[in-house]
Design a protein. Structure first.
Length: 146
């Protein structure tokens, strides 16, 4: 029987899991610092790390599946602070009716704390990971995220 000392630990995977739990600004700072000091370590972490902004680089079919599989309120909340690529990617991959509903809900959403937005984004990423594990979503795409 192997002792605990003999267990292999995937440090890059653990680091990626820790990063996912941090606020977005802190994630970015830490990833940049790691890239500056050890590009190899950063590359290994990035293989295990998928942030909310990476959703924009998913294949269209994966975005469509993700939008169908997450709670509407989480989707709207998660897009509240996103004015860029993720919002555009979602809007490009939903029907005109769904897009209008999301826009209407975004406009009627009251001022929201950043922590609430990040919690919604984490729930979406958790669901994305579940769908990926089930083989329903592929995250390998235009970019380097696996």
């Amino acid at each position: 029987m192997a002792s605990n000392r003999d267990e292999k630990v995937d440090g890059a995977k653990i680091a990626a899991e820790i990063l996912k739990r941090l606020p977005a600004a802190q994630q970015k700072r830490l990833l940049t610092a790691i890239e500056d000091s050890s590009p190899q370590a950063a590359a290994m972490i990035q293989l295990n790390y998928f942030s909310f902004s990476n959703i924009a680089s998913l294949p269209a079919k994966s975005i469509q599946t993700l939008v169908r599989e997450v709670r509407h309120n989480d989707l709207v909340m998660s897009l509240k602070s996103d004015e860029g690529e993720v919002r555009d990617a979602v809007f490009e991959n939903v029907s005109a009716q769904k897009r209008a509903l999301i826009i209407d809900d975004l406009e009627s959403l009251p001022v929201t704390r950043e922590v609430e937005i990040e919690e919604a984004q984490r729930r979406i990423l958790k669901r994305l990971e579940e769908l990926k594990t089930q083989g329903l979503i592929k995250t390998a795409s235009k970019g380097y995220w696996a």
